[in-house]
Ligand binder design. Structure first.
Ligand SMILES: COc1ccc(/C(C)=N/OCCC(=O)N2CCOCC2)cc1OC1CCCC1
Ligand SMILES: [Mg+2]
Ligand SMILES: [Zn+2]
Length: 352
């Protein structure tokens, strides 16, 4: 039986094809992809990217086993408002677009690209919709299992690799042992780096690391435009550092998207936070920051999130790949202004 064009059967294949024409664009509407793929956005996005990047031929991947793995992985994302399979599809498509930046034309090996896409797809699988701190505070068995250390991130990695042990899901069966080892190593490194408690450390190193890369940046000999400077990194360690930052950027990319997409993610993360706050309140636990629906200031929280975390990170990233990623910085700025306008509007409304 032949495999559907986008990996999953859907009566809306024509509409999905139209959406997938934008797979390389930052403006892809992942919510539309989810709707027109019968809630298989992760499977259809990953399959489309693998086909487009010729990874199925390069690594002699069985298309059926890839689909089996993706559908199984997708089914292990829980039906929580934010950390569901749409978020995984969103982050996977984001890292695919970041990898297309001309500065990285000659930077990563095919195996590193495979590992980066895999890490993005798996990075939040089986996420229960609460934070690490909540799992620790509520003596959850996951916190016990992982000794309070990057609990969610360790759990997603373990679940994702467990699914690979299933014979008819092992789409990397034709990789050599060495390649499998490298893929596992890079995926673990990247997913563990999505733990927000590591954000400070990433910001510490990013400045000096990028300065050293800019120093090494070579003018691509056959480039016709002066901006086409490709970053060539001889050390795998340095390339993995870059991939770690890239996944972290993709994970924190909601404010870099068009307002209509960004506000949907805000609604979802606040649903998830407020539900956690409800559970903390009824358990008599202290309610976590931004999780109390009765005192929430959603606009202020997003402005704080943008100013403290998202804008500084994306400014560092945009500097490295200048002039690319200006669209992301512009969206961050206009989105922040929109939330500031909401607040100013709110106060004048109260005065009427
Ligand atoms: C669209 O809004 C948000 C999107 C993403 C995030 C974060 C921090 N993602 O981090 C990676 C995942 C992670 O580690 N988390 C998940 C969130 O809680 C911390 C642990 C936070 C967002 O808004 C927050 C901050 C202002 C009001 C709610
Ligand atoms: Mg996560
Ligand atoms: Zn995530």
């Amino acid at each position: 039986d032949t495999i559907p064009r986008f990996g999953t059967e859907t009566p809306h294949e024509a509409k999905l094809a139209e959406l997938m024409d934008n797979i390389d664009a930052w403006g892809l509407n992942i919510f539309d992809v989810h709707n027109y793929s019968q809630s298989h956005s992760l499977t259809s996005v990953m399959y489309t990217i693998f086909k487009k990047r010729n990874l199925i031929e390069t690594f002699r991947i069985s298309p059926q086993k890839l689909i089996n793995y993706l559908v199984t992985l997708e089914s292990h994302y829980l039906d929580v408002p934010y950390h569901c399979s749409i978020h995984a599809a969103d982050v996977t498509q984001a890292i695919h677009v970041l990898l297309l930046i001309p500065s990285f034309e000659n930077t990563f090996t095919d195996l590193e690209i495979l590992a980066a896409l895999f890490a993005a797809a798996i990075h939040d699988v089986d996420h229960p919709g609460v934070t690490n701190q909540y799992l620790i505070n509520s003596d959850n068995e996951l916190a016990l299992m992982y000794n309070d250390t990057s609990v969610l991130e360790n759990h997603s990695l373990a679940v994702a690799f467990k699914l690979l042990q299933n014979e008819d899901c092992d789409f990397i069966e034709n990789l050599s042992d060495e390649q499998r080892k490298i893929l596992r190593q890079i995926s673990i490194d990247m997913v563990l780096a999505t733990d927000m408690s590591k954000h400070g450390a990433i910001m510490q190193t990013i400045q000096s690391f990028h300065q050293s890369l800019k120093a090494k940046q070579c003018k691509d000999s056959n480039s016709n435009s002066s901006t086409n400077d490709s970053l060539v990194l001889t050390e795998q360690k340095e390339r993995v550092q870059l991939l770690r930052e890239m996944l972290h950027c993709a994970d924190l990319s909601n404010p870099t998207k068009h307002l209509s997409i960004y506000t949907q993610w805000v609604d979802r993360i606040m649903d998830e936070f407020h539900y956690q706050g409800d559970r903390e309140r009824s358990a008599g636990m202290p309610i976590s920051p931004m999780c109390n629906r009765r005192t929430a200031d959603i606009e202020m929280a997003q402005i704080g999130f943008i100013q403290a975390i998202v804008e500084p990170l994306w400014q560092m990233w945009a500097q490295l790949v200048y002039p690319h990623c200006q669209q992301m910085l512009d969206n961050i700025d206009s989105n922040r202004q929109w939330y500031e306008y909401q607040i100013s509007n709110r106060s004048s409304r109260n005065n009427t």
